[in-house]
Design a protein around this ligand. Structure first.
Ligand SMILES: NC(=O)c1ccc[n+]([C@@H]2O[C@H](COP(=O)([O-])OP(=O)(O)OC[C@H]3O[C@@H](n4cnc5c(N)ncnc54)[C@H](OP(=O)(O)O)[C@@H]3O)[C@@H](O)[C@H]2O)c1
Length: 557
């Protein structure tokens, strides 16, 4: 029997048992309809495709229930005609039926996410993974039993893990446990905030993210740059595989298309412009041009904060950064603006001389704590008497304890909702324009994924033909005797190859399709099923075996 032959071992047994035999766990909080519907709402007010509860239940609890019913109904039966049920144990038959069912379903794309819409920054910052760590994270995720491919999208607004999972339910469980381990947040808490999306819904979600539809600041451009970065960093990383890299590359196309073909980016603001807007809302209008501004961090975000401050009429500011280079470049670009550079060692002194402090560094630990801020001199009552900290960093640069200082007010990325909540109708209209493109592109991506379905059949058909060729060639050569010249041997070998290749040419052509045309794709998939039936290619559980063998080999490396 294919399952037990040779390589299986404990790992395969575990996988097969997990896939079928273990009892269904009780639904997680995120799978409970009430909790799920509470914790998820479309940021742009568009109706979601299906409720989160529906999606989760269909995959988790429902999946297990179906598995157990089938086993109970069929008793020992397996629908694989090749299995001789009289000679194998009930346990082995159970495994076979599980494996069969397992392989008939293709791997799923799943996103396990916690975003600004479902999760507070206090939690997101613990989950954040710096860019340099993404390859390691992909490696660890793909080391999980049911994960084949992975990508990490970790930004200030979201922590989303995209995976290709051999089993949706087990994959989600493993990834959630991994997230818990890396962040220190208990699984139960993660489940209260996470959202789960599968296949078409996961694809559509990433496309919306890339288009800026899921951003706090609708249509902002940074998210597209971040999606591009996922692809750049993922290049060459084992585990950032064909499906996931295809998905992210397609998301870049969608992000670009939406921005060029719709109005989504017109007058688009960014996290940094919203931060400037928020600060100005909190100080008297008369001081907008005179308030003393300090920007800490001169990276992409710091630079944008400076630009927006200048656009609002600010002509003088202090920029604190570890090194001066980036500040010098910004100064060069912003002629006519008095940009004073200070090193990080003078940060507290600069903060004491400022009314508004913007923080936007990639520091992993807070730069300001309560004990620092309470010693700072007071701010003039003309500017409101309160020192404002506007922190757009994740992890945060200003410790939450600073909020306890009576002379300070602290705002973080989540507080930007106050600024971006305005103009809902405009947001909805722009989002509707983008949705048409996203639906079209989602269909195209699904078609491309479907076209990949034929790859195992192509491989199996080739292998099947090759096995026959080799056996028949051996028979023929043995009949010809030991002393046949090399040239003759080669000629016979070439003849057999030529015949096989010519015979396979037609079927292979009918199995290839790039997925761009729906009609051709359907025909191709029909051809695939026909060939599978004709040559009994599906009756072996070799696909599962291949997948698990690859997994085991990968883990053993
Ligand atoms: N990129 C976005 O779209 C976006 C949007 C919203 C919020 N954010 C958040 O904003 C922050 C900055 O992002 P970014 O895109 O501007 O990053 P970036 O371009 O990589 O710049 C990072 C900045 O942080 C400084 N820095 C790095 N490590 C530091 C440390 N240990 N102590 C002090 N300063 C340090 C760097 O200083 P040097 O110049 O000396 O290296 C640089 O100024 C991050 O927390 C990010 O999550 C980013």
């Amino acid at each position: 029997m294919a399952v037990s032959s040779g390589f299986t071992g404990a790992k395969l047994e575990n996988l097969l048992l997990l896939c079928n035999g273990s009892p269904s766990p009780s639904p997680s909080p995120a799978q409970s309809p009430s909790r799920a519907s509470l914790s998820w709402s479309s940021p742009i007010g568009l109706p979601r495709r299906r409720s989160l509860a529906q999606r989760s239940v269909g995959v988790g609890v429902g999946f297990n229930r179906v598995v157990r019913c089938e086993v109970a109904a069929s008793g020992l039966a397996s629908d694989s005609p090749k299995v001789d049920t009289s000679s194998i144990s009930a346990l082995e038959q159970l495994k076979t039926s599980a494996a069969d069912r397992y392989t008939k379903e293709r791997s799923s794309i799943v996103v396990i996410g916690l975003s600004v819409h479902t999760t507070p920054v206090e939690m997101r910052e613990k989950l954040a993974i710096p860019e340099a760590e993404w390859p390691r994270a992909i490696g660890e995720l793909c080391g999980l039993n049911h994960i084949e491919e992975a990508a990490v999208l970790s930004t200030c607004n979201r922590m989303e893990i995209y995976v290709v999972a051999l089993s949706q339910h087990r994959g989600v469980k493993e990834v959630t446990e991994w997230m818990s381990k890396t962040s220190g947040i208990p699984v139960s808490e993660l489940c209260q905030h996470r959202f789960l999306l599968y296949n078409g819904d996961a694809t559509q979600h990433l496309f919306e993210v890339s288009a800026g539809l899921d951003s706090l600041v609708l249509g902002e451009g940074q998210i597209l740059a971040q999606v591009k970065q996922v692809v750049k960093v993922g290049q060459g990383v084992v585990g950032f595989g064909r499906n996931i890299s295809g998905l992210f590359k397609h998301a870049i196309t969608v992000g670009k298309r939406v921005r060029t073909e719709t109005n989504i980016a017109s007058g688009a603001v960014s996290v940094s412009s919203a931060a400037v807007e928020l600060a100005l809302m909190k100080i008297p209008e008369a001081c907008h041009a005179t308030a003393r501004m300090v920007v800490i961090g001169a990276g992409k975000m710091g630079k944008l904060v400076i630009k927006h401050l200048v656009a609002k009429g600010c002509t003088k500011m202090v920029v604190v950064n570890r090194s001066e280079e980036k500040v010098a470049v910004i100064r060069e670009e912003m002629k006519g603006v008095d940009i004073i550079y200070k090193p990080l060692t003078e940060m507290l002194k600069c903060a004491g001389e400022a009314d508004v402090i913007f923080t936007s560094t990639a520091s992993e630990t807070p730069l300001f704590l309560k004990e620092h801020v309470e010693t700072l001199p007071p701010v003039s009552s003309e500017v409101g008497g309160l020192r404002l900290f506007v922190d757009i960093s994740v992890p945060r640069n200003v410790g939450s304890c600073v909020a306890d200082v009576s002379t300070a007010r602290v705002y973080n990325v989540d507080d930007l909702k106050e600024v971006v909540a305005a103009n809902k109708e405009d947001r909805l209209r722009k989002a509707m324009e983008a949705q048409a493109i996203i639906s079209e592109e989602s269909k195209q991506f699904e078609a491309w994924r479907d076209s990949l379905e034929t790859v195992p059949t192509i491989k199996k058909l080739r292998a099947y033909a090759e096995r026959i060729r080799v056996v028949e060639l051996e028979k023929c050569l043995s009949k010809m005797g030991d002393d046949i010249p090399k040239k003759t041997r080669r000629a016979v070998d070439d003849l057999s190859r030529g015949i096989v290749n010519k015979l396979l040419h037609g079927p292979m052509q009918h199995l290839r399709c790039d997925g761009t045309d729906g009609r051709t794709l359907n025909e191709t998939l029909e051809n695939m099923h026909a060939l599978n039936r004709m040559f009994s290619l599906e009756t072996e559980i070799s696909l599962l075996e291949q997948k698990i063998r690859a997994k085991v080999e990968q883990i053993q490396k």
